[in-house]
Design a binder for this molecule. Structure first.
Ligand code: PRX
Length: 629
């Protein structure tokens, strides 16, 4: 990341071409934004009317601080809007997804076929005794099958909780246990760099002695007959035997849709709860106007369904718009660094959405890879997950966008459910700055006391009023939910991101203000990694920080105090890394581990990660008056 002083001075602006403006759903951001603030509820009601409701809402918003209810009294089903609506409108044979794997396999699924698959799974789930309000965990690779399971849950009001297939047994167990999942859907493996990564043994260990897990449903990808030998329900059998139509349950707007776990500063991951109506409306509309989706567009979001980006912009928001999109399993640069660009050429992708960490990786491979391919179909490029440094922005703009495309740098969070800050395609973008608040979204940048700060100073980004796709609570932990709204005076939502805005109101996000680490766009909690380390017999105490890294944004660095009788060694470092990999997964493994005698602590015994970080970065340590030693 460039120096903050340099970043604050970015003035460059990139204007969209006439063609892009001509095509755009929205051409006048400034006026529409002003209008939207005057009548927030009217704005979202108008959007909601573009979708199907079994029963219209009585009230757009009920705001009982800090609890919001949107489209109160309305009845709908998100899968009806994602599937049935299109099938009934003559799009039965239109492609919903093109799935691609590392071995060059290509599977095309139409809206009609997807609807049938979802219905069959939903009926199968009913036959297993699953019903509205039950929780189901999904531990599956990025695939049409996994998406269909998510939709099948939504079809009958079951609450899904997708767990990223790159997580290991400890992380999976925490999530299944917290949600008290009645069933888990899994697959025999996930692909990564030509290898088949076994998911079954991880799952088996993760659910050991969790008696509430009544059923495991296995997608036996190579038809090896594993299900019967393990006592699992076979996914394909279940689908085959079930009826091909299942009516969409008419759920209340505020009925839960899914739980998605995400890391915070303290404790175990939080189960962010999203409900149906508001989430549906805002993911639909942000997909439509920020990615500027039109009937014949081919869209590709390179995220994984295990994260919020996949939920909102591979599945719900995109299907609600009825376009065709790509679902890709495996590594971006395997079998070679041309993989992604070859897909854009072959499927004439118009809108492409990825993370800065991927862009920086491709920068390292060099321009020669994208330059081999015809990328002329692209119109809009998106960025998400971490700040995009101007160098990566320019590389993306030049080598992928060929100078023609606009870049939308979308800022949002698992908690916000959908985009909150970005420039829309018809509006000029500034490299490195996410841009402007989305319609109806009121933001501010404040100090810890909630006082608004002037331009070009760094403070906390807060959101001043409720929005449709906001999280409704943290599963089973309302106090953690309330903390978002009461940690800063003024009844504002604290994003825990550091940000700044310039004289023209462009917002720049600088990174997390809390102890959450952003490794290659993935959110990792310091506490989770520390707990995994301390769980190893050699470790007495551990402290973990994020350290800036050229490619990944941040990497994890761990400071470890060993128990008596253990000696620091390279071998022990390897063992500790393996241990974290097994507990949490490869993304949470500390890149650096150092052994120390002591850790800086407050008098009350809390580890002061701030000091470790300042020392690591060679910065001044600041106020250390509460430091004990
Ligand atoms: O720090 C911000 C960063 O990612 C955090 C949210 O992470 P997560 O809940 O996993 O969701 C990621 C995908 C939406 C934020 O608090 N972040 C996300 N998008 C951006 C970003 N930082 C800068 N620019 C972005 N466009």
């Amino acid at each position: 990341m460039e120096n903050i002083e340099v970043l604050l001075k970015i003035k460059e602006k990139y204007y969209p071409s006439e063609d892009i403006i001509k095509k755009a759903w929205i051409k006048d951001y400034e006026n529409l934004y002003k209008e939207s603030l005057q009548d927030r509820e009217g704005f979202w009601a108008k959007v909601a009317e573009e979708l199907h409701w079994f029963k219209k809402w009585d009230k757009v918003l009920e705001w009982n601080f800090p609890y919001a209810r949107w489209f109160v009294g309305g009845k709908t089903n998100i899968t009806y809007n994602c599937l049935d609506r299109h099938v009934q409108n003559g799009k039965r044979n239109k492609l919903a997804y093109i799935y691609l794997d590392e071995e060059g396999r290509e599977v095309k699924v139409t809206y009609g076929e997807l609807l049938e698959l979802v219905c069959r799974i939903a009926n199968g789930m009913k036959s297993l005794g699953l019903k509205k309000g039950d929780r189901v965990s999904i531990y599956m690779p990025n695939s049409v099958e996994a998406i269909a399971v998510m939709l099948a849950c939504a079809r009958i009001g079951v609450i899904h909780s997708v767990v990223f297939a790159g997580f290991s047994e400890g992380a999976l167990r925490t999530r299944v246990k917290d949600a008290r999942a009645k069933a888990v859907f899994t697959a025999s493996y996930t692909q990564r760099r030509g290898k088949k990564i076994d998911l079954i043994s991880v799952l088996e260990k993760a659910i050991e002695n969790l008696d509430f897990v009544e059923k495991v449903i296995l997608w036996d990808r190579d038809k090896e007959g594993i299900s019967s030998s393990k006592g699992f329900v076979d996914f394909e059998e279940l689908v085959k035997e079930a009826d091909s139509f299942c009516k969409a349950e008419e759920v209340n707007s505020e009925d839960p849709l899914f739980i998605l776990y995400t890391s915070g500063t303290t404790g175990k991951p939080k189960g962010v709860l999203h409900t149906t109506g508001g989430y549906m409306v805002q993911t639909y509309y942000t997909s439509k106007v920020i990615f500027d989706l039109h009937e014949d567009d081919v869209f590709w979001c390179s995220a994984d369904i295990g994260w919020i980006t996949g939920h909102s912009y591979i599945v719900y928001g995109i299907l609600a718009n009825g376009v065709t999109s790509l679902v890709v399993e495996g590594a971006p640069d395997y079998p070679d660094p041309g993989r992604w660009w070859s897909y854009i050429e072959k499927f004439r992708v118009n809108v492409f959405y990825t993370a800065p960490t991927a862009i920086r990786m491709f920068m390292k491979y060099g321009e020669k890879w994208p330059s081999k391919y015809d990328l002329s179909s692209l119109r809009i490029l998106g960025s998400v997950g971490e700040p995009i440094n101007p160098e990566a922005w320019h590389w993306y703009h030049k080598n992928i966008g060929r100078g023609r495309c606009v870049i939308v740098d979308t800022w949002w969070q698992t908690e916000t459910g959908a985009h909150m800050v970005t420039t829309i395609p018809s509006y000029p973008a500034k490299p490195g700055k996410a841009g402007k608040p989305f319609f109806t979204v009121e933001v501010d940048i404040v100090d810890k006391e909630g006082k608004s700060l002037p331009p070009n100073t760094v403070g906390l980004l807060v959101i001043k009023s409720p929005w449709p796709s906001m999280l409704r609570t943290c599963w089973g932990e309302p106090e953690r939910y309330e903390k978002y709204w009461n940690s800063i005076p003024g009844k504002v939502y604290n994003t825990d991101d550091l940000a700044s805005y310039d004289e023209e109101g462009y917002i720049m996000i600088l990174g997390r203000a809390d102890d959450v680490i952003n490794v290659a766009g993935h959110r990792i909690g310091t506490m989770e990694v520390e707990s995994a380390l301390v769980d190893h017999p050699a470790v007495a105490e551990a402290a973990v920080i994020g350290k800036p890294h050229e490619l990944k944004g941040e990497i994890i660095k761990a400071f470890v105090i060993l128990k008596e009788g253990y000696q620091p060694s390279e071998d022990l470092i390897r063992q500790l890394k393996d241990h974290v990999r097994k507990e949490l997964g490869p993304i949470a493994v500390p890149e650096e581990i150092v052994f120390v005698e002591k850790l800086p602590k407050t008098r009350s015994g809390k580890i002061m990660r701030r000091i470790l970080k300042a020392k690591e970065l060679g910065l001044s340590i600041g106020d250390i008056s509460t430091l004990e030693d």
